[in-house]
Design a protein around this ligand. Structure first.
Ligand code: ADP
Ligand code: MG
Length: 258
C-alpha cells in the first residue's frame, strides 16, 4: 500500500475540464514532482488532494483511507501538511511565534494565543526551527528575514502537524537559484529523515531533475508521462508538449515560466 493513492481524479469548472482522470501514487520518503505548462491543472490537483477544492470524481487514499471530500482542516489533521505563504498580518510576529501559532492551531488552542504566545509550545517551535536551520533567528520578527529564510519558516510551520505527506505548490517561487536548491535540499533531507512523502511543483527544471525521485507531467489536465528524471528527460511526449506549448525544449533544462 502506498502512502498516497490518487485514482482517476476529475475537476471541471463549468464546461472547462481542468483535471481529466489523473492517477498516481506516492511512497513514504519520496519526492514526487508534478510539472507541466501553466494551466495544466497542477494547483487544482494539489487542492483536491489537500481538500481546498472539491473533486467531481475520483478517489484519494492516504494510508489506505479515503480523504477525498473531507475538509482541508480534517485532511491536515490526518497528516497532510502544506506550505502556505506567511500571511502579511503575521509578519510582525517573531519566527518562533509564527511556528507557535501553527502548533496552537494544531492543538486547537488558537483562542489562547493572544495571551500567552510567548511561552506556549515554544520548546516544540524551537525544535522545528532547529530542523530547518532557523533556531538562531527564532526571536526576530518575520518582517526582517531574508526571503529564503521566510520560506524555511513556512516549512517549519508545515511540519507542525508532523505530516506524513507534504504538499508544496511552487515552494521556491520568487527565489534565487541558490536559495531554491538549498530549500529543496533541506526538504529532501527532511523527507528522508521523517519518511515523509513530498508532492511538489516547481518551475526550475534544474531543481526538478536534481531533487525529484519521480516526476509526473500534466498537460491540459491529462497526466501524459510519469517516470524518473532520466525517463522524463528523454520522453518524446514530454518534449512534444513543451515544444507544442511554445516553451521550447530548453525549458526542460532552464525552467518553465509561470
Ligand atoms: P497550474 O497550477 O498547472 O498552472 P491550475 O490548476 O491553477 O493550473 O489551473 C488549471 C486550469 O483551470 C487553468 O486553465 C485555470 O484557468 C483553470 N482554473 C483554475 N481554477 C479555476 C477556477 N476557480 N475557476 C475557473 N477556472 C479555474
Ligand atoms: Mg499552479
Amino acid at each position: 500500500m502506498s502512502l498516497l493513492e490518487v485514482n482517476d481524479l476529475h475537476k471541471a469548472y463549468g464546461a472547462f475540464r481542468a483535471v481529466q482522470g489523473v492517477s498516481f501514487s506516492l511512497e513514504k520518503g519520496e519526492m514526487l514532482a508534478l510539472i507541466g505548462p501553466n494551466g495544466a491543472g497542477k494547483s487544482t490537483t494539489f487542492n483536491m488532494v489537500g481538500g481546498q477544492t472539491t473533486a467531481n470524481a475520483g478517489s484519494v487514499l492516504l494510508n489506505g483511507k479515503p480523504v477525498l471530500g473531507m475538509k482541508g482542516r480534517d485532511i491536515w489533521k490526518r497528516g497532510v501538511g502544506r506550505t502556505f505563504q506567511i500571511a502579511a498580518t503575521f509578519a510582525s510576529l517573531t519566527v518562533a511565534e509564527n511556528v507557535q501559532m501553527t502548533l496552537l492551531s494544531y492543538h486547537q488552542r488558537i483562542f489562547s494565543f493572544v495571551k500567552a504566545a510567548d511561552t506556549q509550545y515554544r520548546p516544540e517551535a524551537l525544535a522545528l526551527l532547529e530542523q530547518v536551520g532557523m533556531a538562531e533567528q527564532a526571536d526576530r520578527p518575520c518582517s526582517e528575514l531574508a526571503y529564503g529564510d521566510v520560506k524555511r519558516v513556512e516549512l517549519a510551520m508545515a511540519l507542525a502537524n508532523d505530516p506524513v505527506l507534504l504538499l508544496m505548490d511552487e515552494p521556491t517561487a520568487g527565489m534565487a537559484p541558490q536559495e531554491r536548491n538549498e530549500l529543496m535540499a533541506l526538504t529532501r533531507q527532511l523527507a528522508q529523515q521523517r519518511q515523509m512523502g513530498v508532492l511538489f511543483t516547481e518551475h526550475s527544471m534544474d531543481v526538478v531533475f536534481n531533487y525529484a525521485d519521480r516526476i509526473l507531467v500534466l498537460a491540459a489536465g491529462w497526466l501524459i508521462a510519469e517516470g524518473t528524471p532520466e525517463q522524463i528527460r528523454n520522453d518524446p511526449k514530454v518534449k512534444e508538449i513543451y515544444l507544442g506549448s511554445g516553451l521550447g525544449l530548453e525549458t526542460l533544462k532552464e525552467g518553465v515560466p509561470s
